[in-house]
Design a protein around this ligand. Structure first.
Ligand SMILES: NC(=O)c1ccc[n+]([C@@H]2O[C@H](COP(=O)([O-])OP(=O)(O)OC[C@H]3O[C@@H](n4cnc5c(N)ncnc54)[C@H](O)[C@@H]3O)[C@@H](O)[C@H]2O)c1
Ligand SMILES: N[C@H](CO)Cc1c[nH]c[nH+]1
Ligand SMILES: [Zn+2]
Length: 428
């Protein structure tokens, strides 16, 4: 990991240090995805079977996983895994149940009642990544809020062959249908439907550059589906002071580096010695990891930034807008009021990012690539929509006509005015 001194960089160099790695810059991802999407729209299941052979090296006999296969998945799994999933599920349920919105009902003026109601999105499609590692935890993060929101139909797609841990967790969380499809083809199938795949109104879930591009393409088409957010390759930024334990800091950086070669990890520290100590720890701990070649590639485009003080550390973090922000400083909570752009924040030395990935209760589906400026972490509300209601009494309409009629006149919209005045007997 290269180390830079923030104040020695000009503003262009500062932005360069915080730029995301170009993902497969030699590959025309948008073009490949557009071809895959049209192949799925034209050929349905046949395309999914052909693309599974091409991209996932898997010969599929059917796209939809049968209920027997789903139930059989439990057999090979350990009690330890099942209990871990049960504990994580309970915590995620508590936190997402608490997010269920309360309806609003009030009078804005006497006789004029306004209300806000919420309804679940009908059919939702969940994408669970499986290219470099199967992620059963992502099933929990997507299916639990879908069920709490009350979605009618919840379907899930993941690259074949689907790990039994994913099938078991999907069944436990009440997923209705599971499909063996990965990448852009899975997103296209859930957006438009095929013989085996049910069309979804909205598609959720993280994935690689192909998945993220496909989500963007189908959401731009009226016949396609809405999407949650661009949730791409994992990122973490750690703010550490001179007192932080470099072994803990390095462990947190590596936990995101191991997700993929296009992951990005950044250290922002007030101490040059800390940056050096973390670099030494990275080298020591990297050798202990099974996916060390992946983590090593991610570290090659990651940086340690030395700043003047913690206020500047937060400014750098806000500029980058990380998916995960870990604060390992003496008074970590003190920085919270200044944090503007982050998907999920981890405070203090006892809060590694892995707890949010799996089991604390927060959602690990988070905006990446700087989208934290405008998007939020996934929650129950994303599986719902809201609508307003109004109801007026006769007197309420009479009083409110003093606001409606002049504005309708100013807009030259006679029919709007007449819908009020006719009721009040002021016009025929
Ligand atoms: N932001 C978040 O909330 C979040 C959460 C979990 C995981 N992630 C990220 O999700 C990503 C998962 O990526 P992954 O690759 O492991 O799994 P994935 O399931 O997203 O992608 C695998 C699929 O990509 C397609 N693919 C691969 N190479 C292709 C090519 N050359 N052309 C066309 N299609 C191709 C294949 O169809 C394959 O099935 C990681 O980057 C991880 O960091 C993000
Ligand atoms: N850190 C990932 C989100 O960027 C989520 C995850 C799943 N499993 C492990 N981690
Ligand atoms: Zn992770």
């Amino acid at each position: 990991m290269q180390t830079v001194i923030w104040k020695q960089l000009n503003s262009e160099q500062q932005l360069q240090v915080l730029s995301r790695p170009a993902v497969n810059s030699s590959t025309d991802i948008a073009g490949i995805v557009a071809d895959v999407v049209s192949q799925v729209r034209e050929q349905g299941d046949k395309a999914l079977i052909d693309l599974a052979a091409k991209f996932d090296n898997t010969e599929l006999s059917a796209v939809r996983i049968s209920q027997q296969e789903i139930e059989a998945a439990e057999q090979g799994l350990s009690e330890e895994f099942k209990q871990a999933v049960a504990q994580a599920k309970a915590n995620i349920e508590v936190f997402h149940q608490a997010q269920k919105p309360q309806p609003i009902s009030l009078e804005t003026q006497p006789g004029v009642r306004c209300e806000m109601h919420y309804a679940a999105i009908g059919n939702v499609g969940l994408y669970v990544p499986g290219g470099t590692a199967p992620l059963p935890s992502t099933v929990l993060m997507l299916a639990i809020p879908a069920r709490i929101a009350g979605c009618k139909k919840v379907v899930l797609s993941s690259p074949p062959p689907i790990a039994p841990e994913i099938l078991y967790t999907a069944n436990l969380c009440g997923v209705d249908e599971v499909y063996a499809a990965g990448g852009a083809q899975a997103i296209a199938a859930m957006a438009y439907g095929t013989e085996s795949v049910s069309k979804a109104d909205k598609i959720f879930g993280p994935g690689n550059a192909f998945v993220t591009q496909a989500k963007q393409q189908v959401s731009g088409d009226h016949a396609g589906a809405a999407i949650d957010m661009p949730a791409g390759p994992s990122e973490v930024l750690v703010i550490a002071d001179d007192k932080a334990n470099p072994a803990f800091v390095a462990a947190d950086l590596l936990s995101q580096a191991e997700h993929g070669p296009d992951s990005q990890v950044i250290l922002v520290t007030t101490s040059e010695q800390q940056a050096e100590a973390v670099n030494q720890e990275l080298a020591r701990q990297l050798a202990l990891l099974s996916r060390n070649n992946i983590a090593d590639q991610a570290l090659s485009h990651s940086t340690a930034i030395v700043v003047n003080d913690l206020a500047q550390a937060v400014q750098v973090s806000n500029l980058y807008g990380p998916e995960h922000l870990i604060v390992q400083t003496e008074q970590a909570r003190d920085l919270l009021p200044e944090i503007e752009n982050a998907g999920s924040v981890f405070l203090g030395e006892w809060t590694p990012e892995s707890v949010g990935d799996y089991a604390s209760g927060t959602n690990h589906t988070l905006p990446t690539y700087g989208y934290t400026r405008t998007y939020s972490s996934l929650g129950t509300l994303d599986f719902m929509k809201r609508f307003t209601v109004q109801e007026l009494s006769q007197q309420g309409l009479k009083d409110l006509s003093r606001a409606v009629v002049p504005i309708a006149n100013a807009e030259g919209l006679d029919a709007h005015r007449r819908a009020v005045t006719l009721r009040l007997g002021e016009e025929q």
